[in-house]
Design a protein around this ligand. Structure first.
Ligand SMILES: N[C@@H](Cc1ccccc1)C(=O)O
Length: 403
């Protein structure tokens, strides 16, 4: 049984470490390592805090398989349910479409013999093969995640093994090039620590055992924190800041970063290792989000008394992102631009509101997250700030960042 807690922690870590980790060094290139480290710690605390608020609220859930939208309805009625459902479902469809598109093109790169149809075939293959695990069970996803996580770890250790010896402490001392970069970078860092969609799936996988859910979340968020610190130390430490800024000016993508690391280490192994790592980051995050969407749609259909069955739910989960990736790859890009805002809403503002209400209605909650109502208030303010950062950048109040 203990094993399931460990599997859940890996599901949390696997969902968290995704595309965001690859974007982060580019976002923070101008910020210097010290400030980057401060932002990593601050957002790790904020997002673990909001995840633990969900745990607090789950103590009084009506069913152990209640989804986030069901919790929202319990505390905020139909408005809560509708807002939570919209932000969750649009967010997850958008991010899955992006993962399917990215995963498909990575796969097409290694299946060139498929000729002209390589990309669409790869997109379908990627979705169907991984989708089967979701339809089978959470246990199946747990098993696959364990395997992939080990390979991902080996690739990451290889990358670090090649980069960390080249780190120069001078490079790590760089200061921010502009004021307020730390605020501009916060939405990308915030989303990089995100995994909260998977909490309902894990709660029901752990049979509503609050203690184990808490352990899974704390362990599962500590792993990404360590990984992000090492990864940022490697990238910030290998390149002098001026060169780092040049990289993001010439090619502000993962490719640019891979090429630059390749030149710095002069080892062709590094490109392979970074690519393996980033592919697996995409796959494990895909698995976590797809499992969450599957359970979220189940929760929604139960509410309207429809029993779709696992195959039906699988089709509902995967057909829309597949269709978008195949026929309209730009379709969800617009939605993706608002992913940070949607996530700030259901991942921070909503749990703060629910915990605040739960504490009023049930003053005797056995488990309460540290920090009292003051912390709730600070978290809410930070959430509102992060939500508005893209607008503040657009309006020219904050400097722009990559990502
Ligand atoms: N943390 C994930 C994105 C994500 C956010 C919120 C929920 C699920 C996934 C990434 O960096 O790619």
């Amino acid at each position: 049984m203990k094993n399931k807690t460990f599997g859940s922690a890996l599901l949390v870590a696997g969902t968290t470490i995704g595309a965001g980790m690859l974007a982060m060094p580019l976002t923070s290139a101008e910020m210097g390592f010290t400030y980057t480290l401060a932002l990593l710690f601050a957002l790790w605390i904020l997002l673990s805090y909001s995840a633990l608020l969900f745990v607090e609220v789950y103590q009084k859930a009506e069913r152990k398989d209640a989804g986030i939208a069901t919790l929202a309805e319990q505390y905020f009625g139909m408005t809560g349910r509708v807002l939570a459902t919209l932000s969750l479902v649009i967010f997850m469809y958008a991010i899955l479409s992006a993962y399917v598109t990215g995963g498909g093109s990575l796969l097409a790169g290694i299946l060139p013999f498929l000729g002209d149809n390589a990309t669409p075939i790869s997109i379908v293959l990627f979705t169907v093969v991984l989708g089967i695990f979701i339809v089978i069970s959470t246990g199946a996803v747990d098993g696959l995640t364990r395997l992939l996580f080990i390979i991902k770890l080996v690739a990451f250790v290889l990358v670090l093994g090649m980069m960390l010896p080249l780190v120069k402490s001078d490079n790590l001392m760089a200061m921010p090039l502009k004021d307020f970069l730390i605020i501009s970078a916060s939405p990308v860092f915030f989303t990089s620590f995100g995994f909260h969609v998977i909490i309902p799936s894990i709660n029901s996988y752990l049979d509503g055992d609050i203690r184990r859910l808490r352990i899974a979340i704390i362990t599962g968020t500590a792993i990404p924190l360590v990984a992000y610190i090492l990864w940022q130390m490697a990238t910030h430490g290998v390149f002098p800041q001026s060169q780092f800024v040049q990289i993001i000016n010439t090619d502000p993508t993962l490719n640019g970063l891979v090429n630059a690391t390749y030149h710095a280490t002069e080892s062709s192994l590094i490109s392979g290792a970074v690519r393996t790592f980033s592919t697996l980051a995409l796959v494990t995050s895909f698995l976590g989000v797809a499992l969450s969407l599957f359970d979220c749609l189940d929760d929604l259909l139960k509410r309207v008394n429809i029993r779709a069955g696992r195959i039906g739910l699988g089709l509902l989960t995967f057909l829309p992102p597949l269709a978008f990736a195949l026929f309209y790859p730009d379709g969800f890009i617009a939605a993706l631009g608002y992913a940070g805002q949607m996530f700030t809403f259901y991942g921070l503002v909503l749990p703060v509101g629910m915990a605040w209400r739960a504490r009023k209605i049930y003053p005797d909650l056995p488990y309460r997250v540290l920090g009292g109502n003051i912390s709730l208030f600070i978290a809410l303010l930070l959430g509102l700030l992060i939500m508005n950062v893209p607008f503040l950048i657009q309006a020219g109040y904050l400097p722009a960042v990559v990502g």
